[in-house]
Design a protein around this ligand. Sequence first.
Ligand code: 0PR
Length: 382
Amino acid sequence: MKFPEKGLDKAKILDELKANQKRNWSFGSGRIFGSMCAMPLEVSIRAYTLFIESNLGNPGLYPATAEMEKKVVGMVGDLLHGKKVYGKVLSGGTEANISALWMYRNMARRKEVILPLHAHFSFKKACDLLGLKPVFVKVGGDYTVDIADMKRKISDNTLCAVAVAGSTELGVVDPVPEIGEICAERNLPLHVDAAFGGFVIPFLKACGRKIPDFDFLVKGVTSITVDPHKMGQSVMPSGILLTRENYWKYIEFSAPYLTSEIQSTLLGTRASGAVAGTYAAIKYLGFSGYLEIVRRCMAMTEFTCGIAKHHGIEPVVEPVMNILALRVKNARKVVKALHARQFFVSYGELTDSLRIVLMPYAGKKQIRELFEEGIVPLVQKS
Ligand code: 0PR
């Protein structure tokens, strides 16, 4: 496409964009069953646009946004039982996970990262970028990390360990208290990836569900990733990295010409409207609002699991959170065929399963259609 010679009329551009946007799938279409991202709350969208020009890459110009970031970090830190935590609002789970490993690498200059097999692929990116070696740890029968294997894999060259609280594929939670003990004994940092689970587990616990502690309550946990743009119901791009101590000083760079003079994030310019969007989501929902959302998502997950079982399709594990992986023959093929029928579920590679995420926008009618018009006929054929 050629670079336009002259500017066009605003209305024409917007008409073209509106037409284009219609070709995208929206959360409201009732066809998206594999995304972990939220349909942002209206209040978050408004907050985002209100702060559209603020850039935390140069926070001196945007003191209100900088203060809001501190408050977001404080509130999420409080939710995750941190007393005095350090943190920043980043662009998502990938940047948060990369940043955590970056801090640890600069602290210790060792090479090996103890990485559960079910950890998100952003850790592979982090290892690649940082010159680190992932040492993969098996998962056990319940698909959480195998503690004995983890112990065996720790060496003198271990830099840190990773635990997952809400795995991408199954939504399972690693035994963080046991891992924390092992790490504390050996003086190793432990990073918990709660990108999805951070805004789910505290509310599941409040409903009385038995889930291991995963946050700063566990002594050995030194940092946590949690994504507001997933179950936090906020806008993209929004991820948070919280650290127990000020490890941010290990990734500080001098930028004397900026208002802050030092910068300790991977990104320079930061789209900080998301800070306002996240602040607004937390203030608007509060603990009770999130509790209600998580309750509804779990009820929808149980409803979906019930339909699957009714059709003779079993879950890989009984769902811990609002992620449901189903055992179907030729799962990869079935998922592709579902895409062709415009049902966007996803494929779980580790367990060769068909994966459904029950986000707040999932409705019963659409789930019934997914099974009756999609999954059931395809599974019977395969
Ligand atoms: N950690 C966990 C446990 C994750 O599940 C994810 C993303 C990340 C880290 C990385 O987060 P960012 O994508 O924010 O950097 N999990 C989903 C995935 O990769 C993200 C996703 C969202 C995928 C929406 C599809 C989609 O439509 O599968």
